[in-house]
Design a protein around this ligand. Sequence first.
Ligand code: PRP
Length: 219
Amino acid sequence: MRYLTAALAKGRLAAKAMEMFKAAGIPCEEMSESGSRKLIFENKELGMRFFLAKASDVPTYVEYGAADIGIVGKDTLLEEGRRLYEVLDLNIGRCRMCVCGPESARELLKRHELIRVATKYPRIAKDYFYNRKDQTVEIIKLNGSIELAPLVGLSEVIVDIVETGSTLRENGLTVLEEICPLSARMVVNQVSMKTENQRISALIRDFQELVRKKEEQVL
Ligand code: PRP
């Protein structure tokens, strides 16, 4: 049996994703051992291996088939625009993509002024302003701590992820417009979906069941 490889986005999602694999009967003890510099973890008996990658690289690994499966945020999928199958909303890592800024920027948005928009997600920002709002803006790509931009005068607004909203609040910023809801998704390589159909379909079904059970508990 060949190994099925799963690429997980490093960070907040990875631990939650591993919990789901464990609940689906695919635990990976190796991965929970902290402090290790190991990059690939396996469950030999079940023929599964896992690796952690920078979120924005996960769709790349999956498109090229270096990973059969990926667990990554919808934000990254929209931004990367890779060819792969998005098969399941895992209902974890729920948050929103928003236009944020100081309250004073609301008026600038309304008047369709030529404002500067700082973001880690230029493609999502461009699509929103150019295609959905028909508004010309200048997009400035940043790589982190996006909330800094309006505070130091780099941009009037930002396009960024809002989860609890505490980063915004602590910096005197607010949500001005909502672009879309986000959550973690399971994605599958298009060739693997055919060649490993049985195993991947079973995995999708198990995860679907987990998502359904969790939703039931919430209701
Ligand atoms: C994300 C996002 C916001 C923050 C939102 O940043 O870019 O800054 O989380 O979360 P909140 O609404 O719960 O405060 P992340 O911590 O991933 O790091 P980054 O600044 O490097 O993008």
